[in-house]
Design a protein around this ligand. Sequence first.
Ligand code: COA
Ligand code: AMP
Length: 672
Amino acid sequence: MQNHATTHITPTQKSSRNIQQMPHTAAARNSLAPYQEQLHRESLQDPIGFWARAADEITWHNKWFPTGELNTCFNALDRHVLAGNGSRSAIIYDSPVTNRKERISYEQLLHKVATFAAVLQDHGVKKGDTVIVYMPMVPEALVAMLACARLGAIHSVVFGGFAPKELAKRIDDCKPNIILTATCGIEPNKIIKYKPMLQAAIDLCKHKPKTRIILQRAQAPESINAAAGELDWHAQVAAAESRGAKADCTIVSALDPLYLLYTSGSTGVPKGVIRDNGGHAVAINWTMKHIVGLNAGDVFFSASDVGWVVGHSFIVYGPLIRGCTTVVYEGKPVGTPDAGAFWRVVEEYGAKSLFTAPTAIRAIKREDPTGKLIKKYDISSLKNLFLVGERSDPDTVATYQRMLNIPIRDNWWQTETGWPMTVACEMTSPDLSSTTKIGAAGPPIPGYDVRVLVSAGGVVREDDDHHTEYVEAKPGQLGTLAVKLPLPPGTFPTLWKNHNGYVKSYFKKFPGYYDTADAGLIDEDGYVSIMSRTDDIINTAGHRLSTGAMEEIVAGHKDVAECAVIGAQDALKGEKPLGFIVLKNGTTSTHAAILSDLTRAIRSQIGAIACFDKCFIVQRLPKTRSGKVLRRTLRAIANGQKYEVPATIEDEAVLKEIEALFKVDDKVKAKL
Ligand code: COA
Ligand code: AMP
C-alpha cells in the first residue's frame, strides 16, 4: 500500500498552495448514507488500515504491504476451485445474435485458461509482455484476458467497434508480439469481419506483431495464413490439450501491471491507462461486496463490453474474484430480439444485479415506454440496477425506479479509476444500504475524497488560463470535480510509457488533487452530480470519444479550412458529435457532399460508434484574440445553455451568427 499510495501522491502532494480548502464537512451531514459515510471517513482517516482489512479477502502469495505478491487469475479462478466451488457457474454465455447459450463452471474455465496460457507460453509470452485482445463478446475473450493475467502478461483489450486506424495507434504504442482475435463480431444487422480490419491496422503500424491467434466463428469462417503468422485458436488449444499442457500462475508484485486499457484523451492520441494487480484485486473485490452487494454464487449481469473499463471490472475481474457468476451477453438492449432482452436474461439466470449504460435504458424506454415487456418476465431476483458511463437523466431514472421497483444506482467513474468514485452503495444488508437520489450519482465511495473546485473569481470561463487560482466550491456550486490525493488502491498509477503525460494531464492544474476533467457539484447531503466534461471528450452511447480526433479528420477534408467538433445533446445517445466547418475559398462542393465524405471518413478512421452525422457550414468560428477556438461556448449554444461571453473573444458578433443556426434548425425541425 505504501508503495502504491506513494505512486499516486508523488506528483503533487506537497503543493496544495493554490487551493483554499473548505473544512471537510461530510461527517456532519448525510443521513441518507450513514454507513457509507462512516466507511468513507474511516478510509480517509486511516487509509492503510482500511485497505489492509479489505486486502484480507484476497489470496496473497506474499502478504500485501509493503511488497505484496499475488496472481490475479489465481484469485479469479484457482482459489474458488481449491475451495471446492469448481462446479459453480463462472460464466453464462448468452448470445441472441448467434442463438447460443452456454454455462462454463469455474473448473472448466480454469482448464480453458490454464491451457490457453500454455499456448501463449509456447509462443513466447511471459511476465511483463503486452498482448492485444481484439475480440467480440464471447467467453474466449475472458479466457484470453485471464490467460494473460495467469502469466503476468499485460493485456490490452481494444473494443471491436474501433476502426483499423484506432487499433493501429494502440498496437504502435504498446508493441505486442501477439494479438488475439476472432474472425468476426456480430451486430444485429451485419457481421463485422475482424481479420481484414486487423490486417489494415497492421499495414498502418510501424510495429509489426509476429503472431495472431484467430478464433474461427461459424458466422465468418476464414482461411488461416500460417506464413503470415496466423494461427487457428481451436487448433492451438487442441494441440495443447492433447499433450496436457497447462500453465501455472506466475506470481507478480502487487504493483506489476495487470492490464493496459486505452481511453480517449482530449487529443487524438489514446492514453494507455495502467491497472496494477494488487490494488485492483483489493478494490474490485471490495466494490463487488459493498457497492454492488454481491456474494459468491450470486449472478451478475453487466451488459457492457469487455473493450471498456466497465467490462474489465464488472464482466471479468469483479464478479470472478468475488466468486460470482458473470453473464457474458452478446446482444443489444433492443432488437435482439426486442426491448425485453435484459429482463429475459434476468429471469432466465436469476440475476441479482444489472449494470448498464443509461443510453441502453433510454433505448429500451423508447421501444417499451409503459414497461409491458418488463411484466412479461419474473424479475424478482433483481435487487438493483446500476447505470454508468454518462449522465443518467432524471426522467429515465424516475420511470425505471417506478417500473422496476428497485433502487437505480447511478455511479460515476472513469477508465483511470477502474472502479466507482461515487454511488449510493448497496452494501451487504438492506439496513446498511445508502439511499439513492434522482439526478445525483451518490456520495463518494471510501478512498475518494471528492471535491469541487472553482476559480477564485467565481465562474470558470473558457478563456481562463493555467494561472487561475482555485478554491473549493460551496455546496451546490458547479465546478470541476477533483479528488484530493492520495488516490485509493486500484486507480491508475501511471500511463503506459508516459509518466510525464500522467502528471501533466491529471495533477498539474490543481496541485494536490486528481483532475477528473468532469464538471459537477456536491449538494448539502454530500451527493455528487456530474454535469459534463471540462475537456474535449464526449460520451456517445456510453462510448468515450475524442472530438479532437474527429477534428483532425474533418480538418483533413480537401474543402475544409478550419473546423470545430463539439458534443451536442442527443435524446437517445446522450451526446453526439456536431461539426462546425469553415470552407476554403472557392469551394463548390455541396453541404450534403461534404457531410457524406466526413461521415464516411470518421466511420472508417474512428468507427461507426462515433455517429458523426451532422455539421454546419459557417463563415467563421468564435475565437479568443489569441486564436483559440471557443469550443465550450459553441457547445453551450448548441445545447441551449447559458454561457458567459469570454472576455478575450475576438468578435462577439460571431456568437449571434452561431445562435442563428440553431434557430433556423429548429424551424426546419418543426416542419418535419
Ligand atoms: N463492433 C462493431 N461495430 C459496432 C459495435 C461493435 N462492437 N458496436 C456498435 N457498432 C456499430 C453499430 O453497428 C452501428 O453501426 P451502423 O451505424 O453501421 O449501424 C454504430 O456502431 C452505432 O452503434 P450503436 O451506438 O450501438 O447505436 P445503435 O443505434 O445501433 O444502438 C443503443 C443504440 C442504445 C442500443 C446502443 O448504443 C447500445 O447498446 N448502447 C449501450 C452502450 C454500452 O453498453 N456502452 C458501454 C458503456 S458502459
Ligand atoms: P470512461 O473512461 O470511458 O469510463 O468514461 C469516463 C467518463 O464518462 C467520465 O469522465 C464522465 O465524463 C462519464 N461518466 C461516467 N459515469 C458517469 C455518470 N454516472 N454520470 C455522468 N457522467 C459519467
